[in-house]
Design a protein around this ligand. Structure first.
Ligand SMILES: [Zn+2]
Ligand SMILES: [Zn+2]
Length: 178
């Protein structure tokens, strides 16, 4: 689906698109398993021109389920995406300066497009990438893998002695990025 400025000049464009499973593949550095879709991506929304100089506003709702590896236990972590979006795209080369107030008013996020319009697919791809957390987990309280024997502690209990942190260093725990 392409949101062409010429068409949007006539009227806002309503879209309802579904991208089948496997359509999006996200390669992310440091995540060998990548991020995959386990459900189709459905998108419903509208594209409209917000100004005579070609600002395109894209609003709608995106829904899907993405899967990736849990950073703790390496099992599947599902990411449920079910969210509204409201984005503003300005023609590349134009400066939002002077129009800032207008844009802030609408609380829309701002991007840029090149040429005659905007490919919806690229917009959606970006949204989905942003939906993936830095450290995805299979569940909030995932116990992870045993650092000694490597079993998945969600499934198996082991009797390994995990090294106890020296109390003098415990203050540092608070500084660790979880
Ligand atoms: Zn896990
Ligand atoms: Zn163990």
């Amino acid at each position: 689906m392409f949101l062409s400025v010429r068409e949007l000049e006539i009227r806002p464009l309503r879209f309802e698109v579904s991208y089948p499973v496997g359509d999006f593949v996200f390669d992310q550095p440091g995540r060998p398993g990548g991020v995959l879709q386990s459900e189709p991506v459905t998108v419903v929304g509208t594209g409209e021109l917000e100004s005579s100089i070609g600002d395109i506003r894209v609003r709608g709702h995106v829904k899907t389920v993405l899967v990736t590896e849990c950073v703790k236990c390496l099992e599947t972590a599902a990411i449920h995406v079910d969210s509204d979006f409201d984005l503003m795209y300005l023609p590349e080369g134009t400066e939002p300066q002077g129009r800032e107030v207008e844009i802030n008013d609408k609380e829309a996020e701002v991007g840029f497009y090149q040429g005659h319009g905007l490919a919806l697919r690229g917009v959606i791809e970006e949204l989905l990438m942003l939906a993936v957390p830095m450290r995805p987990v299979c569940k909030e309280d995932c116990c992870g893998l045993c650092p000694v024997c490597g079993v998945n502690r969600n499934e198996t209990e082991c009797n390994c002695q995990t090294p106890v942190m020296d109390a003098r260093w415990s203050g540092l725990d608070a500084l660790k990025i979880k």
